[in-house]
Design a binder for this molecule. Sequence first.
Ligand code: SF4
Length: 343
Amino acid sequence: MRGVDDPHQMTDLPTSLRERLAARFAASRPELVAHTVADEGHTHKVLLRYPDGEAIEVVLMLYPRRATVCISTQAGCAMGCPFCATGQAGFRRQLTAGEVVRQVVVVDAALRSGELGGTDLPAGAPDHVTNVVFMGMGEPLANLEATLATVRWLHDPDGFNLSARGITVSTVGLVPGIRRLAELGLPLTLAVSLHAADDRLRDHLVPINRSHPLAELEEAVRDYRETTNRRVTIEWCLIGEVNDSHEQADRLATIARRLRAHVNVIPMNPTPGVQWKEPSRGRTRAFMDRLEERGAAATLRDTRGRDADAACGQLLASYTLGGGSRLPVAVGAAERVETVASP
Ligand code: SF4
């Protein structure tokens, strides 16, 4: 049976095989240890813990006709971006392809059964996962084989059977991985986390830039677009007084025009342990206006989940840093936990 996580429910398989599978999968089955709901039921964040104690977060965002699940590929991250909670916590281990796939399966099953969303499902939101974005913890292209295997399974008609256009893989700019992704020949969306538009600032904000500087990254992204015929997006975490200047906007607009890319600007969330702040409303507006004046296609994104516990990496950060005290913990069940910090 498709989309079930428990081999005992795979009633189209022989009983003996179900039992063997159950015994084998039990060792890697994650436990849902925390669940927060935000944005009036539109955003669900769940913390999954694997038997070895590692925890990762999965975010489900519900829109009319779209249910997007944001998955993690690593426990922690080695990229060390100084504005990111996950980057501060460091790298712990790679997730296996099975563990990455499992995140989609668990959320999809919980959505279908009503465990997530349930009777409070926002109007028009589907009861199953329609889109997957690799934007959770970790750098997907630093766990390349698991990421490629997950993409193949997501798209496979005998797997999750998702349209390639419903899959987005993000990267901070691992050029060899971008080239391998292009070789799949699928029209996946590639989301490049740029965050700085000159090497000097980017070396600091996104340390991998020292190995793959902007010119090399731009060339790989251009090749990706030409191979897949798919528009690339540029992600820009807007950090107050760091990368929100007119000068950065001008450089970013030039790159975006050259790549014919769409820019998503996401104001930084306040992050535990990070000294930088979100930009002021005035500077955010000025940055967006400048991009428009310079001919870049750009959208200011809301920071989904801000009132649950902010963005990428932060559910785990506060769970760990707070010793579990800030997040109510629901062991073993998708128990609905009301928003911790409601507006
Ligand atoms: S921003 Fe992404 S790549 Fe950078 S440290 Fe955080 S999770 Fe890793």
